[in-house]
Design a binder for this molecule. Structure first.
Ligand SMILES: Cc1cc2nc3c(=O)[nH]c(=O)nc-3n(C[C@H](O)[C@H](O)[C@H](O)COP(=O)(O)OP(=O)(O)OC[C@H]3O[C@@H](n4cnc5c(N)ncnc54)[C@H](O)[C@@H]3O)c2cc1C
Length: 393
């Protein structure tokens, strides 16, 4: 894309990517009075959280996206753009408690002590819980989990799921993303999240992100990279990048990523309020099945539609969905080096926000926070002039 910048007004900012981070940055820049143009490589906006409709049923081609936040500004912003329907997310896990079990137990995720007490495995679990250290281990993901839930629960709920999801053993992953994601519930709280606000809009996230970008010019099908920076620098006073930096820098392979592939099927034989699976998200940790979870968005959207869509989520796809958090943080460090290299190639300031560009395992609310912060940083830091352009009035 090297031909779309000609009409950019003075002081304009280019935003690369139209997911939550790019959309929030662009929306905030507009609110602050800065002209902005968004470049999105996909044919549609919305990024990873985008929802779609299959034969009249709302579903999520990139996995389940529950919006939860404790940030009042983020909650206010998404509500203003249509994210108004409250939701309470609960997850189930299909757990094989013994290697030779033929049928799994359907248990809560995170594991609930009250449920576990009813199972034959409880005496072993209880003994392991009594031996837990006072403070959780920070050596790696496996040690962290065992130190908070004991080895048996780790093996039943987390070990195989982790190996399937990340393609690595728990001992090869950092403990850092586990707090808040992996826990043992002793207080009977059944919902997955503890945030103040939790939403699931009846049409999914796509219309909300589209609303954020309603007044912003967007060019779709525009894959941008470092080779575009010279041209961007001539037409924009700053660039906000939300794309993955190894790809943006033309150095694929420099960062490790894990991707998932969702296989979604429309099932016609379900009435307007009927669903096919026991919950919106059912984790399938066992190696006996190749996928990690099933997703049926109809549970969350509350949609009344003939039929339903069930997705199976397969790990190991060749796409950039999850950063890989190793204990030595080697890829986070490489990402910082990529930021510097990209900045060095640009004549105007380049800012980075969002899950991909910051190489961080963040949720939607955090992507929005980063987008807003990035926009304010741009507005505060960059003058409304650009090389060769006259200042705006
Ligand atoms: C399977 C899965 C499930 C998840 N579930 C939840 C959940 O339940 N709740 C939650 O809060 N979060 C969830 N998340 C996290 C959530 O998806 C992210 O936090 C959020 O989508 C990040 O938004 P973003 O704008 O940073 O990135 P993205 O949504 O990935 O947007 C980046 C955009 O940039 C575009 N792009 C990439 N490269 C280029 C380029 N070179 N040029 C132009 N455009 C480019 C992409 O096409 C994309 O549209 C989940 C993530 C995954 C992987």
């Amino acid at each position: 894309m090297r031909t779309v910048h000609r009409s950019a007004p003075p002081g304009a900012v280019a935003v690369i990517g139209a997911g939550w981070a790019g959309a929030s940055a662009a929306h905030e820049l507009r609110r602050l009075g800065r002209p902005v143009h968004v470049f999105e490589s996909a044919p549609v906006i919305g990024g990873h959280s985008r929802s779609e409709v299959l034969r009249g049923v709302v579903y999520e081609p990139n996995g389940p996206h529950i919006f939860h936040t404790s940030n009042p500004e983020v909650a206010r912003l998404v509500r203003q753009h249509g994210m108004t329907r409250s939701y309470r997310h609960q997850v189930l896990t299909e757990a094989y408690l013994h290697e030779d079990d033929e049928t799994p137990h359907l248990l809560s995720w995170p594991p609930q002590v009250a449920e576990l007490r009813e199972l034959p495995v409880w005496p072993r679990v209880e003994a392991e819980l009594a031996r837990r250290p006072r403070t959780p281990s920070r050596a790696n993901l496996e040690d962290y989990c065992i130190s908070i839930m004991g080895r048996t629960l780790y093996e039943v709920f987390v070990r195989d799921y982790t190996e399937k999801q990340w393609g690595r053993k728990g001992a090869e992953l950092s403990w850092e993303f586990a707090p808040g994601r992996l826990e043992l519930r002793e207080d009977g709280y059944r919902r997955l999240f503890r945030d103040t606000w939790e939403f699931f809009p009846s049409h999914g996230a796509a219309p909300v992100i589209e609303s954020l970008l309603a007044d912003v010019p967007v060019t779709v099908g525009a894959r941008m990279g470092v080779t575009d920076l010279a041209d961007l620098s001539r037409h924009y006073t700053a660039v906000v990048v939300t794309a993955p930096l190894d790809e943006f820098a033309g150095r694929p392979g420099e960062l490790a990523w894990r991707g998932v592939r969702s296989e979604s099927r429309y099932l016609p034989d379900y009435g307007t309020a009927a669903t096919a699976t026991p919950a919106y998200v059912v984790n399938r940790p066992s190696h006996r099945v190749p996928y990690t979870r099933t997703v049926e968005t109809k549970h969350a959207s509350g949609q009344h539609a003939q039929g339903t869509v069930v997705s199976h989520e397969y790990p190991g796809a060749d796409s950039r969905h999850y950063p890989v958090p190793t204990p030595d943080r080697r890829y986070e460090l490489r990402n910082e080096a990529l930021k510097k290299d990209i900045r060095d190639l640009s004549l105007v300031p380049v800012h980075f926000c969002g899950r991909l560009a910051t190489y961080s395992y963040i949720n939607q609310d955090r992507a929005i926070e980063q987008g807003l912060a990035c926009a304010r940083e741009v507005a505060a830091g960059s003058a409304v002039t650009r090389p060769g352009a006259s200042a705006s009035p």
